[in-house]
Design a protein around this ligand. Sequence first.
Ligand code: BMA
Length: 378
Amino acid sequence: MIKIYLLGCITMLCNTMLAQIAPSDKYATPETRRLFANLQKISTKGYLVGHQDDLAYGVTWKYEPGMSDVKEVTGDYPGIYGWELGNLELGRDKNLDGVPFDKMRQYIIGAYQRGAVITISWHVNNPFTGKNAWDPAPGSVAAVLPGGSRHEVYKEYLDKVAAFLHELKGQKGEAVPILWRPFHEHTGGWFWWGANSSTNEEYKQLFRFSVDYLRNEKHLHNLLIGYNTGTEFASEAQFLERYPGDDYVDILSFDAYQRGEAKYDPVFVKMLDAGLEIITSIAKKRNKIAAVGETGFNRILYSKWFTQALTPVLKKHRFAYILFWRNAGYKPYDQTTEFYVPYKGHASAADFKTFYKLRETLFEKEVRKENLYGPAKQ
Ligand code: BMA
């Protein structure tokens, strides 16, 4: 009798533990569940290092098969790849940065098959004004919520996103798990979903409606959802002000960039440190994954930036990944140059290679060995 009772207790305990490491979507696919569990555990070893648009173009090249600025410098590809869907909702065949969706689909599937992780952002055009994402017109969020004047248009936007996400399939027909990071930097005022043009409640409703629609109407169960602020928070309560709830979120992250010309920027370093302290603490309490959604120092004006400015802060925290933003190179439309990881020959290339060799930085070769889509490790 006692034996049966004990067995029951152990089973219950196991179930509780398993429930705790499950993603927010209770119908998540097996690969998605395993990725969630493995990403939670990876932080005991280190963090995945990622790059936006890595395979599509670099500072001096575009669409050359196999090319990658990260690989040119380190000999290895990133452990996590960032991609962007902005303009897909308008039915275009290229995203807002000119990346053809046909190519993006192949890059995503290829990286998944090599064992790497995929995260996707969406600088969605403003369905209320018809302008781009950087149009914080008051009333935009209210207009796309159920009952709003642009709700049906917004649903059509989501339909296009869902169709693309459904095309991401592995060799056995399984859905490729995606870290889906919508409505990011919402604590800032520059996007139409941002803090200047929506109330906290409206933002939460937008987030929940969108996730519910993709899950329940579009039957997507391969998404791990990211709640991603800007740098505008100084406490756990502030970070969570627009949090839609544990049933809608798997990953807690924020975007933080070093700006200006200084080599070492104490304001950036302090923010990154404080931000990581806050989100890792919340992630632990809520059984979520912590990550740095976007970062970088545009044009890397300090040749030792990766090992001297960034690494000392990252070493203090346990989180799953960090994503460097895109190596756009020279952009004729605004006459600026943008890149966040070095290219071959850049002054910070040697430093990035040292960063690559650190025990805790996980690029593609190590990530593949971790088998993140396989059974969770104990
Ligand atoms: C920004 C810049 C832009 C780009 C946008 C969306 O931070 O990189 O050039 O269009 O992200 O990817």
